[in-house]
Design a protein around this ligand. Structure first.
Ligand code: DHE
Length: 515
């Protein structure tokens, strides 16, 4: 106890001697991260963008730098106390609060390759529909894998902290990424090139691409906006996200494409509404007064088209999932413990069901079970996989999991759903669930002691690729497993591979994958 107290006093004394962190920032960091901390070549350093970086990691990054990026280490220039003070200061809000306007968005757009300037056929020998896009968080890169040979075709630097599933155009040629600090990038998979980038905000949740491939929608938490763009990332419209009176802004929890409805649907965090934004040029006018009077570009003056239709809710949804006909959205209530089902046509709640903990519905998957379709979702709080019957809207099973987890994945041609337990002591083990019996069928521990996360299958469903979610120097890898024999086929080093996305499964919306 006395030793602890002495250490705390020492650390307090050291901090007391540290230089002013704001001045240190301007001297050493501002040229890359911006005097306003909004980012230039380096990422934004706002509390919102650092949510996923623990303070000791921030200290380590300032001290040692970040491999394979331009971030150098400052151990030779800054004393440990200065580094600690600087890291702590980065987690404090910027005063005055930063702004990001439509003009900022428009000005940030960079086109590396003009539309039509690159060949229209794949410039490599591999099945373009069986590529994997692998997001590697460790060194902020993305790898493109040939899904037959499991070899890299490209590995390129990405923006900092990509999050959410990248979204593909329906032909599988282009993929769009969102970074937590507001950048949306468009990558041409035929030519293995980033073709355009734009910064749509300061903190972004995710992007959606319309089923016709013409529109991209980005959901922001800072500022409170949804940004609609064309497929070349040219901004069309920025929608202020707020209640009808306009006096309560809201962060967006997530936005998804609802292809058969020709619309985007967004869940809002701070106001109890679900928004539907049609991209159908024949969209009906909106009658009920639940329409915000947004500034409209000349080309989009049709009523209802690219406008918001509000679905009032009793409680905000954190995240949601569509039923297969896209008539209903099912979402976990933000307070947890229950899910609500909302009919998107009638715009009313049609069912409510108790569910354990906090289901991560956005990572849910569906499959056919005993004459019905079920939705299974991992759970961020409890050791359980909830299985919900999409006909009766009842939770028909709670499959015991190895621990709380983030992801669930399967493939239409494999009997198992694979679940991680990455937030528990069993973080190194994947649970296989038998989709026919809704019972645990076995476990796989590809790297004992290391976090096993997210799974993705190749287009045939023959191989499962599991992320070992560690730095490459610490065993980080993609483990390719034969989905029938469950034997390891290959191991490819990778730097904290977060998520992997197979072009076929994503563009065909295979039942084993989420949105
Ligand atoms: Fe995610 C998808 C929300 C933290 C990695 N995550 C999603 C989606 C949502 C979401 C709404 C679906 C968006 C989409 O695909 O378009 N995630 C949240 C959170 O609210 C949460 C809990 C807290 C937060 O800070 O945002 C959160 N997510 C994380 C992580 O800590 C993860 C593990 C690491 C990271 O990179 O931040 C993480 N989330 C992912 C991944 C996907 C994802 C890899 C895509 C899964 C897929 O297979 O499509």
């Amino acid at each position: 106890m006395r030793r602890l107290l002495a250490a705390a006093l020492l650390s307090a004394a050291a901090l007391a001697q540290a230089a002013d962190p704001a001045a240190l920032f301007q001297q050493h960091c501002a040229s890359c991260h911006g005097a306003d901390r909004l980012g230039i070549m380096g990422p934004a350093l706002l509390p919102e963008s650092l949510e996923r970086l623990k303070k000791p990691e921030a200290i380590k990054t300032i001290r040692d730098g970040r491999a394979a990026t331009q971030m150098q280490g400052f151990a030779d220039r800054l004393a440990p106390a200065d580094i600690e003070a600087l890291a702590g200061w980065l987690y404090t809000p910027v005063e005055p609060a930063p702004h990001w306007t439509e003009a900022d968005t428009a000005a940030s757009r960079v086109v590396h390759f003009a539309p039509g300037s690159l060949p229209d056929t794949p410039q490599f020998k591999a099945d373009p529909l069986n590529l994997f896009v692998v997001v590697e968080a460790g060194n902020s890169t993305v790898s493109i894998l040939d899904g037959d040979r499991f070899e890299r075709l490209d590995r390129f630097p990405s923006k900092f902290a990509l999050h959410g599933g990248p979204k593909f155009t329906p032909d599988g040629r282009y993929v769009f990424f969102a970074s937590r600090d507001g950048w949306v990038s468009k990558y041409d998979l035929y030519n293995l090139k980033t073709v355009a980038e734009i910064r749509v905000g300061l903190n972004t949740r995710n992007v959606a691409v319309s089923a016709d491939g013409h529109f991209v929608a980005a959901a922001n938490t800072l500022p409170r906006t949804i940004v609609l763009m064309d497929a070349d990332l040219k901004p069309i419209k920025t929608i202020a996200v707020a209640n009808l009176k306009g006096d309560q802004p809201s962060r967006v929890a997530a936005i998804y494409d609802a292809g058969p409805r020709k619309s985007f649907v967004a869940a809002l965090r701070d106001i109890p509404e679900l928004w539907e934004i049609s991209y159908d040029p024949k969209a009906e006018p909106i009658h009920d007064g639940y329409v915000h009077d947004f500034k409209m570009g000349e080309a989009i003056a049709k009523p209802g088209y690219l406008n918001v239709r509000r679905v009032p809710l009793e409680e905000s949804m954190e995240d949601f999932f569509f039923d297969p006909p896209y008539r209903n959205a099912i979402g976990a209530a933000r307070s947890g413990g229950r899910a609500q089902v909302v009919n998107l046509d009638a715009r009313i709640k049609v069912a409510e069901l108790p569910v354990a903990g906090m289901p991560h519905v956005g990572s849910g998957i569906t499959w056919a079970y005993e004459g019905t379709t079920v939705l299974a979702t991992p759970n961020l709080r409890e050791s359980v996989i909830s299985v919900i019957d999409l006909k009766s809207w009842r939770e028909i099973a709670q499959i015991p999991a190895l621990g709380p987890g983030f992801f669930l994945r399967s493939h239409s041609s494999t009997p198992y759903a694979w679940a991680d337990a990455m937030m528990s002591p069993k973080k190194d083990t994947m649970l296989l669930i038998d989709k026919a019996t809704l019972k645990p069928a076995g476990t796989i521990t590809p790297a004992p002691g290391k976090t096993a996360a997210h799974v993705e299958f190749d287009r045939s469903g023959r191989h499962a690729v599991v992320s070992i979610w560690e730095r490459e120097t610490d065993g980080g890898a993609l483990v390719i497993i034969d989905a029938k024999t469950l034997k390891e086929v290959k191991r490819l080093p990778a730097d904290k591979p977060v998520g992997k996305y197979n072009v076929w499964n994503k563009t065909q919306k295979d039942e084993g994958t989420s949105h």
